[in-house]
Write a protein that binds this ligand. Structure first.
Ligand code: GDP
Length: 297
């Protein structure tokens, strides 16, 4: 499970703080030194850590203590609030267009979990939002991706629009939306091509699709296991494409979790969902407050 190391380290620090009847500025400083080290060790971006520590110190020192809390608990509450804020504050929901279909472009590097997440999201929308999605196979360079999406579509009994791998991705996407309108599907989830690294040809193709289909949502799928690289990937996709949300996958793995804690702060783009396993129903809306509580115990 993600964050285990971080949670363990922070809980030790927090336990020491909890019982304090009186908290001095020195105590807060000491605690924050440990929090800082724990976050850096969890691979959180150093700029993010610096700002976080300063924000907590500023709020924690010299504030009135609430009657219901001990001073120690109050400092922990500040850490919890700031951690929630860092990860985006309120839960950020998926777009819903006034006029259907809502068009969602799924983008990301190869292996991040894009195709799997497309199917997971389609399943989530139908199961929890009563929507009727259609999936679109636009990853024409990895032939297995088309088969994979079609297989997932069959499993879910969900339509998959595909034109094989000979047609241009932008044409497939455009045709798919016409089809979705005809069939009264209310969400169109476009699985686009990934590469091993961010490159210009990939971005150009994605920009071309974006311009043609005018998506309501561009979700970047990133692998939480890749740590700081996930943050860099998010930054470059955001720069070229203007993403509207992030799906962090593989949070069930033993990632140190730094990516989850940095990606919103660095890109300004909210994390909307978290992948918690390989199975189709292992996708969860990302709740910053719950994640913060999980980390702080
Ligand atoms: P794509 O190249 O981005 O389309 O990646 P795929 O959807 O093919 O996924 C790559 C691998 O990651 C597959 O083996 C998936 O089962 C796995 N995967 C995707 N999401 C998750 C997740 O949240 N947790 C785990 N443990 N594995 C995942």
């Amino acid at each position: 499970m993600a964050f285990e190391g971080l949670a363990e380290r922070l809980q030790h620090t927090i336990d020491k703080m909890k019982s304090r009847g009186k908290v001095t500025e020195k105590d807060v400083k000491e605690m924050m030194r440990e929090v800082r080290l724990a976050l850096l060790e969890a691979d959180v971006n150093f700029k993010v850590v610096k700002k976080f520590v300063n924000d907590v110190k500023e709020r924690a020192v010299g504030q009135e203590v609430m009657k219901s809390l001990t001073p120690g608990q109050q400092v922990i509450k500040v850490v919890n609030d700031e951690l929630t804020k860092l990860m985006g504050g309120e839960q950020s929901k998926i777009a819903h267009a006034q006029k259907p279909p809502t068009v969602v472009m799924m983008v990301g590097l190869q292996g991040a979990g894009k195709t799997t997440t497309t199917a997971k999201l389609a399943n989530h929308l139908r199961k929890h939002h009563n929507r009727q999605p259609m999936m679109v196979a636009c990853d024409i360079y990895r032939p297995a991706a088309i088969d994979q999406l079609e297989t997932l579509g069959k499993e879910l009994n969900m339509p998959v629009f595909s034109m094989g791998d000979k047609e241009k991705a932008v044409n497939i996407a455009t045709k798919a939306i016409e089809q979705a309108k005809e069939d009264h599907r209310d969400y169109v989830l476009i699985d686009t091509a990934g590469r091993l690294h961010v490159d210009e040809a990939l971005m150009n193709e994605l920009v071309e699709i974006k311009e043609a289909v005018n998506p309501d949502e561009i979700l970047l799928v990133v692998d939480a296991m890749t740590g700081q690289d996930a943050v860099n990937v998010a930054e470059s996709f955001h720069e070229s494409l203007g993403i509207t949300g992030v799906v962090l996958t593989k949070l069930d793995g033993d990632t140190r979790g730094g990516a989850a804690l940095s990606v919103k702060a660095v890109t300004g783009t909210p994390i909307k969902f978290a992948g918690m396993g390989e199975k189709i129903d292992q996708l969860e809306p990302f709740h910053p407050d719950r994640m913060a509580s999980r980390i702080l115990g």
